[in-house]
Design a protein around this ligand. Structure first.
Ligand SMILES: [Zn+2]
Length: 347
């Protein structure tokens, strides 16, 4: 009897308990949702590559506004009133530094921006343009540090610290994402080294539109020559062009590449005058649109690697062409038969 009684008591308690439990669960859910639905941190990035890096580290906690978008040339950008508005509402501004965004200081002043500034390349050892490169003004600081993934690891750490300062509640999230991304950068670096190791030293020379690949050249031992220096504002002089064309002929430089941000005509002219191969498009200072081949930094670097190796790694049949001893056969350019077609098939 007592048992029965107790059961009844419990039943009478439950109707009051359940709504309270439900309420607690609902409140918990609501609290969780509120955290997620909080307005994302407004961040402005100066150009597309930085915009991607901020998005990779920030995830859903940030809303990135990129000023110089895909395909844009940040060297010569002219800010718009919309840029000033975006900046005035931002809590964090991420720039490259190293003199890349010459227009930024005025924009910051005009916008009244009062948030946190991150200079992504702050910890990078700056590279100076080679004075003997045609078109390069010796001593110019080279801003294109992102072309070396080891530098981008430094960028990511700066961005992580800036996001954490602006949004301390996201610290653990930013740290986890930055660590994942650093691991992806290390894999990228290893893959670039492995792929470029297939290119014989004699073929490690290419031509691009402007001197955007100095850090890449230093990291991976490939020579990049360009008619225009580290800043696209400068124009190629006739003397620089002539010197470059002489060098391409004298050193049998195998391929020339156009850049996504530069007018291809200069490189096309060099290609015509030297007979060098058109190697395709390299992404130097900007990403492609999201659905293009270089929608993220990692995709950009892998696209550039594929483009370089496709043009520079000799096809297996062509390897004898690289041996130093004089071959009894005519040079491949003179050979007209089936074998030369086979040699070029994979390029
Ligand atoms: Zn550039």
């Amino acid at each position: 009897m007592q048992k029965h009684h107790r059961t009844r008591v419990l039943w009478t308690l439950r109707p009051g308990l359940l709504p309270r439990l439900l309420l607690a669960v609902l409140l918990g859910l609501t609290a969780g949702t509120t955290v997620r639905a909080q307005a994302p941190l407004p961040v402005v990035a100066s150009f597309s590559i930085l915009g991607d890096l901020v998005a990779q580290v920030g995830g859903e906690r940030v809303a990135v506004n990129t000023l110089v978008g895909p395909g844009g040339d940040a060297h010569v950008y002219e800010p718009t009133p919309a840029d000033a508005r975006a900046l005035s509402e931002a809590r964090l501004l991420v720039t490259n530094g190293l003199g890349f965004e010459g227009w930024m200081e005025r924009l910051v002043a005009a916008s009244g921006f009062s948030g946190i500034q991150v200079v992504a390349a702050e910890d990078v050892v700056p590279r100076r343009a080679d004075s003997d490169d045609p078109g390069a003004h010796g001593g110019d600081i080279d801003p294109h540090a992102w072309q070396d993934p080891a530098n981008v690891a430094l960028y990511v750490e700066r961005i992580r610290a800036g996001l954490t300062k602006a949004d301390p509640a996201g610290a653990a999230d930013y740290r986890a994402r930055a660590e994942d991304y650093a691991a992806a950068l290390a894999r990228l670096d290893a893959d670039i080294r492995a792929a470029l190791a297939e290119i014989p030293p004699a073929r490690r020379q290419v031509v691009t539109s402007h001197d955007a690949f100095g850090y890449y050249a230093d990291a991976y031992a490939i020579d990049f020559l360009a008619p225009v220096g580290v800043n696209t504002e400068a124009e190629a002089s006739a003397a620089d062009m002539a010197a470059l064309i002489r060098q391409i002929r004298a050193e049998s430089i195998p391929a020339v590449f156009v850049e996504n941000i530069s007018d291809p005509r200069l490189v096309e002219q060099i290609r015509r005058e030297t007979g060098a191969r058109a190697g395709g498009t390299l992404y130097s200072d900007a990403l492609s649109s999201q659905d293009g081949p270089a929608g993220t930094y990692l995709d950009m670097m892998r696209h550039n690697l594929d483009t370089l190796t496709a043009a520079l790694v000799p096809a297996p049949e062509a390897v004898p062409e690289q041996t130093p001893e004089p071959a009894p056969e005519p040079a491949p350019e003179q050979a007209q038969g089936v074998s030369s077609t086979t040699v070029n098939q994979d390029r």
